[in-house]
Design a protein around this ligand. Structure first.
Ligand code: NAD
Length: 299
């Protein structure tokens, strides 16, 4: 049994913390939201009143926060100097590569081992303990990082040194955004051609249009019962979060000189969808914008 501090108990963190508790660890959980803390208690964690309280005596600190500024602030102001220097610090949030490297440098200066360890898989995988982790860390530390992530993981990869986990995540999510839009366009076209989108699923799932967006997250209700499309696109991976990741990809492309025109177009469409007020819906709800059915979508 390890003492784990878990910070950030939102759509993803809730299930991840629950799986650490299920694995028998002593999980002290903190979030700014009282509802999230209550849910953590129901899931076998011990809710606490602050980050400092969570990290006191911790062997592992796991953060699952919205974006780079949150991660930098929590580590710089509330973890360094408060957690024991023997604690393994794992940030599973999706943030920009520069901030991940900055936090890693600050951690090293303060005497800690830190890794960026963003995830792929969505809330269903977070709940099921089947996420894929992409880790940026010093090579010799990877074994114990992999072991600490195990209760939440289906596969854990060392992408490279600090920041490489975030680089992998940004590339992966740009591809995800593009394939989701492609899937939505296919469904919108099928509908106009009087082809049942559920039947299109049966075909695409076994044909070359197949992708995670089709088989695990089909944006039309019915074929994949666990997909957010079946609950009016509630929960899941918020469109605002997808837009954040697409912006990270475009920033990284601009800085590195990579050519990513489809990523740019996808970012523009998610910007429009967010601008219309749907940033809180699951990102697959962008289907309703392409269908011209936003009036049927709650904000
Ligand atoms: P979320 O907004 O549901 O959860 C974030 C949580 O962090 C919230 O509960 C919020 O109250 C809490 N928080 C913010 N600042 C805090 C602070 N200073 N101290 C303690 N708690 C704080 O977001 P999410 O969907 O769980 O995503 C979290 C991260 O995981 C993001 O970086 C996102 O890009 C990434 N991610 C999400 C998904 C997904 O499907 N939702 C998939 C992969 C990666």
């Amino acid at each position: 049994m390890s003492k784990i501090a878990f910070i950030g108990l939102g759509n993803m963190g809730a299930g991840m913390a629950a799986n650490q508790a299920k694995a028998g660890h002593d999980v002290r959980a903190f979030d700014l939201s009282a509802a999230a803390l209550e849910r953590a208690r129901d899931n076998g964690c011990t809710p606490v009143a602050s980050v400092a309280e969570a990290v006191e005596g911790a062997e592992v600190v796991i953060t699952m926060l919205p974006a780079g500024p949150h991660v930098l602030k929590v580590y710089a102001e509330e973890v360094f100097g408060k957690a024991p220097t023997t604690a393994l610090l794992l940030d599973c949030s999706t943030i920009d590569v520069d901030t991940a490297r900055k936090v890693a440098g600050l951690a090293r200066d303060a005497g800690y081992v830190f890794a960026d360890a963003p995830v792929s898989g969505g809330t269903m995988a977070a709940d099921a303990g089947t996420l894929a982790f992409m880790v940026g860390c010093d090579e010799p530390e990877f074994g114990r990082i992999e072991a600490a992530l195990e209760p939440m993981s289906r596969a854990t990869f060392r992408a490279g040194d600090h920041g490489a986990g975030q680089a992998a995540k940004i590339c992966n999510n740009m591809v995800l955004g593009i394939t989701m839009l492609a899937t939505c366009e296919g469904i919108a076209l099928a509908e106009k051609l009087d082809l049942d989108p559920a039947r299109l699923f049966d075909i695409m799932a076994k044909s070359s249009g197949q992708s995670w967006s089709v088989t695990t997250y089909y944006p039309w209700p019915g074929p994949v019962p666990t997909a957010p499309s079946n609950r009016n696109y509630d929960g899941g991976f918020a469109a605002a979060m997808m837009l954040k990741d697409l912006k990270l990809a475009q920033d990284a492309a601009a800085k590195s000189g990579a050519s990513t025109p489809l990523g740019a177009q996808t970012e523009a469409l998610f910007q429009m969808f967010n601008g219309l007020g749907y940033g809180g819906r699951d990102f697959s709800a962008i289907l309703q914008m392409l269908r011209g059915k936003l009036d049927e979508l709650p904000k």
